[in-house]
Design a protein around this ligand. Structure first.
Ligand SMILES: C[S@@+](CC[C@H](N)C(=O)[O-])C[C@H]1O[C@@H](n2cnc3c(N)ncnc32)[C@H](O)[C@@H]1O
Length: 440
């Protein structure tokens, strides 16, 4: 998973006052989404099409997604409230628990009036569970039910991130989970930064970057924002734009973008004027790259291929390997990664990452530069993988004057972006970025 190039769903914010059972389709959609993520372990983005099938109103779709995302941000806290009001614990994936989570998220976080939260919950359950949902909501609404100011991370991540990065990073991660983050855009032409920052009502943290907070004037779908149709920008967290910035590609150089889809970094490289070959194993995801290249009027050679078997038959000046990973660094935008079952065993991923890195290194010209990056907060997918190749591929540490945003390299010469960094400006995703040069 990676920064989405463009979400085509309009965003729902505070829910408008709901009449009686208006809003039931959105709750049904949210319920199906949560069943897919929490019941079957599907990533939220992959569950959207099937879960929201039949929900035609854009507002209902947006609200369904926003409710599901809000539940995922506050899951341990919502569950603690539910457990405090049920006679015996409900199974994690019980329909009644899912419906209660949605009703409480609507009431406590989206401003749904109490009567509407109840009226939209009850049609989703029948029989005994319906009486249970009614009773639990009644109990909680009569009492002093509140959510904490800062959500609790699931225990696994609270403990792991405190151990790996320190308690202050885990605390910042929890703070950053409370709200949907701002939308970051990367511009096709960095010379137009001021123009687009003004047109979009955003702020720029770097040349070629604009950060847009959700605001009423823009509202609606991203596709309607100024500059979308003409391909002036694409959605990409500021941290996700750093690997290409640090690869140092020049116009006319040959660059291999390995594991390229959905293509944020391919677009960045193509915008620099590099001759880009973008490879991805997923034809469907590569189609997104194709669409985005067409919209931005940029070009790259696209190859559907498994990088473990594909052979380029040539060498490249520079290679970017943005490897598949657990995506825990993008939990603010994709809170489902904190709850996906099956994502706990990292061994297959770390073996794949190391194998991809070794293959990529073989395709580099002598003197060429390779960047290995992941959007994971787990050192087993970042530092530990990079350390495995340094004996054969010397690292090129990041110099202080080439690191933007006040970032500093680690003692080993890598770059780590972590929760808490840029917090006053709205934060950034968690990335690991390493750079190597092949001896000439
Ligand atoms: C982290 S995402 C890449 C994000 C992309 N670089 C961007 O900036 O938009 C990882 C990608 O690796 C692809 N992938 C996974 N295994 C692969 C393999 N064996 N060969 C090629 N691509 C692979 C996935 O399909 C996925 O699109």
């Amino acid at each position: 998973m990676e920064a989405v190039i463009a979400s085509f769903e309009p965003r729902a914010q505070k829910e408008k006052p709901v009449q009686a059972t208006q809003g039931v389709p959105a709750r049904k959609g949210a319920l199906r989404l949560l069943m897919a993520v929490l019941g079957r372990g599907s990533p939220l983005e992959l569950a959207i099409d099937s879960s929201l099938d039949g929900i035609t109103m854009a507002n209902d779709r947006a609200l369904a997604r926003h409710l599901a995302s809000t539940v995922l941000r506050w899951l341990p806290d919502l569950d603690a409230l539910i457990d405090s009001a049920t006679p015996k614990p409900l199974p994690d994936d019980a329909r009644a628990r899912m419906v209660l989570r949605i009703a409480l998220a609507g009431w406590l976080k989206l401003g749904t009036p109490q009567h509407a939260a109840v009226a939209t919950a009850l049609p989703l359950v029948e029989g005994g569970p319906r009486r249970l949902v009614h009773g639990v909501l009644g109990n909680l609404m009569r009492g002093e039910a509140i959510l904490p100011e800062v959500p609790h991370l699931p225990d696994l991540f609270a403990i792991r991130w405190a151990m790996d990065w320190g308690p202050e990073v885990a605390e910042a991660a929890a703070r950053s989970l409370a709200e949907e983050p701002a939308t970051d855009l990367t511009l096709r032409d960095p010379a137009e930064t001021a123009k687009w920052a003004e047109a979009l009502g955003g702020v720029s943290l770097l040349p070629g970057h604009v950060r847009v907070r959700r605001h009423k004037e823009l509202g609606g779908a991203l596709t309607e924002w100024p500059g979308f149709a003409e391909g002036a920008w694409w959605v990409q967290d500021v941290a996700a734009s750093l690997p290409v910035r640090l690869l140092g590609a020049q116009a006319g150089e040959s660059v291999l973008d390995l594991c390229a889809a959905p293509g944020g970094k391919t677009l960045q490289l193509a915008a620099l004027g590099a001759e880009v070959t973008a490879v991805d194993v997923s034809e469907a995801r590569l189609e997104r790259v194709r669409e985005n290249l067409a919209r931005t009027r940029l070009s790259a050679t696209l190859v559907v291929g498994d990088a473990l078997r594909w052979e380029p038959g040539r060498l490249f000046d520079r290679i970017l390997l943005d490897a598949p990973c657990s995506a825990t660094g993008i939990f603010r935008r994709h809170p489902d990664v904190l709850h996906l079952k099956g994502s706990r065993d990292l061994t297959p991923l770390t073996l794949l990452q190391a194998a991809l890195l070794r293959r990529a290194a073989a395709w580099l010209k002598p003197g060429g530069t390779l960047v290995y990056a992941t959007c994971s907060l787990d050192p087993r997918e970042g530092e530990r993988v990079a350390e495995r190749v340094v004996a054969t591929l010397p690292r090129t540490p990041f110099a202080a004057d080439e690191l933007p945003l006040g970032l500093e390299a680690t003692a080993d010469g890598w770059l780590r972006t972590l929760p808490g960094m840029l917090e006053n400006e709205g934060g950034m995703d968690g990335f690991f970025i390493s750079r190597f040069r092949k001896l000439a």
